[in-house]
Design a protein around this ligand. Structure first.
Ligand code: GAL
Length: 417
C-alpha cells in the first residue's frame, strides 16, 4: 500500500477535524418547501444560519401541504433518528409533543420574550405543558384568491366581493376562452378551497363545523350549500387538473392561461419569483364572503430531542434566528406569509403583505382568526384526513348534491374522532 506522506496525513486530519466541527454545528432540517418561491424564502434562513456558523443539512420532501413530509418524519423517528428540526403544522406539533419527543426551547424563548409577541392562536400549538417546543416561522392564510389582472380587466368586471360576483367573473373568463379557475386536484388543495367555502357561510359556522366539530353544523344545510358551491367551482377547472402541483396551477395564472387560483398566500411567492407585482400582474383578494376573517396556518419548526450539547446549541441558535425580527421580515416578504411576531413593521412588505398583516391583526382582535382545517390547524390529522376524503370525493364527482355530501362529512368526522 502506498506510504502516506506527511502532507496527506495532515490533510486527512484537517478534513476530519472540519467535518466533526461542522457536524457538531449542523442542523438537519426536514421540510417540504421545494417550489420556487418556497426555496427562495428558505434560502433566507439557510444564509442567516450560515452567518452564525451553523451548517444546514437539507432534507426536502416534496409534496404540497406536507403529507409526504410527515410520513418521512414518522419513519425517521421510528428508526430512532429524528431530524434536528421539522417543518410542521398545528395538531401535528401537538401530537408529537404529547409523545414527549420534542426539545425544550425555553432557554431562548424566555429571555427573548416570545410569549409577549407571538399571537395566542399560534402559542396554542408552539407550546406544550407551558414549554416552547416549536418556533413559529410565519402566519399563512388560506382564504385568498390570486387573480390575473389582465384576465380580470378583460372581463370588464370588478374584484368579486360575493359568490354571485365571483361566478359572474368566472363565467366571463370562460367566455374569453381561458381556464377560469386554476387548480391542482390533490386532496389538500381541494380542502384549501373548501376552507373558504365553509368560512363564507359565516364565521360562527366555520368555528362550529371545523373547530368544534359540531355534528349539526357538519351535516347541516350550510355545509350542504358549501358543497353545492364546490360542485359549481369544479365546472371552472380544466380537464388536466387531477394531480397537478399547486405551483403549476399558480403558473397557469402567472402566464395568463387561467384567470384565478384559490390558494393560501404561499402562492404569492410564485408570482413574486416570476417578477409579478400586486396590482400589476396579479391581484390578491380575500375569498368573496370571507372578508374580515382569516383561516390561518403557521409554519413552525418543531425541534426534536437530540443528543449532544453542540446539537442542542445549534437547535437553539436556529430557533433564535427564526424569531429575530429582521429574519421574520426578510423571510416572510419572500414567502408570501406574514410574520409570526406581532412587532414586525410592514415596511418591506408589498400591498398584499400589508393587507395580510392588517387582516391578521384585526382578526386576532375581533375573534375572527380560525385555524385552517385544510392545513392542520382545525382538528387533529385523523379528522383532517376524513374531511379530505369527502371533499375530494365531491370534487371528483362522487356526490351530485351537497346534502348527501354533508351527511357523509358528518359521519366521516364522527368515525375519525
Ligand atoms: C402549507 C405550508 C406552506 C406551503 C404550502 C404548499 O401547508 O404551510 O408553507 O408549503 O403548504 O406546500
Amino acid at each position: 500500500m502506498r506510504k502516506m506522506t506527511k502532507g496527506m496525513v495532515s490533510a486527512l486530519a484537517l478534513t476530519f477535524g472540519l467535518a466533526s466541527m461542522a457536524a457538531a454545528e449542523d442542523v438537519e432540517v426536514l421540510h417540504w418547501w421545494t417550489a420556487g418561491g418556497e426555496a427562495a424564502a428558505l434560502n433566507v434562513l439557510k444564509e442567516d444560519l450560515a452567518k452564525q456558523g451553523i451548517g444546514w443539512v437539507d432534507m426536502p420532501v416534496a409534496g404540497g401541504g406536507g403529507e409526504a413530509a410527515m410520513t418521512a418524519l414518522s419513519a425517521r423517528v421510528t428508526a430512532g433518528d429524528p431530524p434536528t428540526a421539522v417543518q410542521m403544522l398545528g395538531f401535528d406539533i401537538t401530537d408529537w409533543a404529547e409523545q414527549g419527543v420534542l426539545g425544550n426551547l425555553d432557554a431562548v424563548a424566555g429571555p427573548e420574550g416570545w410569549d409577549k409577541v407571538i399571537p395566542a392562536a399560534l402559542q396554542a400549538f408552539s407550546k406544550h405543558d407551558g414549554h416552547w417546543i416549536a418556533a413559529p416561522v410565519n402566519v399563512h392564510s388560506t382564504n385568498w384568491v390570486w387573480i390575473s389582472k389582465a384576465a380580470l380587466d378583460k372581463t370588464g368586471l370588478g374584484e368579486p366581493t360575493n359568490w354571485d360576483e365571483l361566478i359572474a367573473v368566472l363565467d366571463k373568463m370562460k367566455e374569453n376562452g381561458i381556464t377560469p379557475l386554476a387548480h391542482g386536484g390533490q386532496p389538500w388543495q381541494d380542502a384549501t378551497i373548501f376552507d373558504s367555502l365553509v368560512l363564507a357561510q359565516g364565521n360562527d359556522f366555520y368555528k362550529a363545523a371545523f373547530i368544534d366539530l359540531d355534528p349539526e353544523a357538519l351535516g347541516g344545510e350550510k355545509m350542504a350549500a358549501a358543497f353545492d358551491q364546490l360542485i359549481k367551482l369544479r365546472s371552472y377547472v380544466d380537464d388536466n387538473f387531477s394531480g397537478r402541483d399547486w405551483n403549476l396551477a399558480s403558473a397557469m395564472v402567472i402566464n395568463g392561461e387561467a384567470g384565478m387560483q384559490v390558494m393560501g398566500d404561499w402562492a404569492k411567492g410564485e408570482f413574486l419569483k416570476a417578477g409579478q407585482k400586486p396590482g400589476e400582474g396579479f391581484i390578491c383578494i380575500r375569498f368573496p364572503g370571507t372578508q374580515g376573517a382569516v383561516t390561518f396556518n403557521a409554519d413552525q419548526f418543531a425541534m426534536f430531542k437530540v443528543k449532544g450539547e453542540e446539537k442542542v446549541k445549534a437547535q437553539l441558535a436556529m430557533a433564535s434566528a427564526i424569531e429575530s425580527p429582521t429574519f421574520q421580515s426578510a423571510f416572510n416578504v419572500v414567502k408570501g406569509s406574514v410574520p409570526a411576531r406581532t412587532d414586525v413593521p410592514d415596511t418591506d412588505f408589498d400591498d398584499c403583505g400589508k393587507k395580510g398583516i392588517k387582516d391578521l391583526a384585526e382578526a386576532n382582535t375581533n375573534g375572527t382568526l380560525f385555524g385552517s382545517m385544510a392545513h392542520g390547524y382545525g382538528a387533529p390529522a385523523a379528522v383532517k384526513n376524513a374531511t379530505y376524503d369527502v371533499i375530494t370525493a365531491v370534487f371528483n364527482g362522487e356526490y351530485t348534491d351537497g346534502a348527501s355530501a354533508a351527511t357523509a362529512l358528518k359521519d366521516a368526522v364522527a368515525a375519525a374522532q
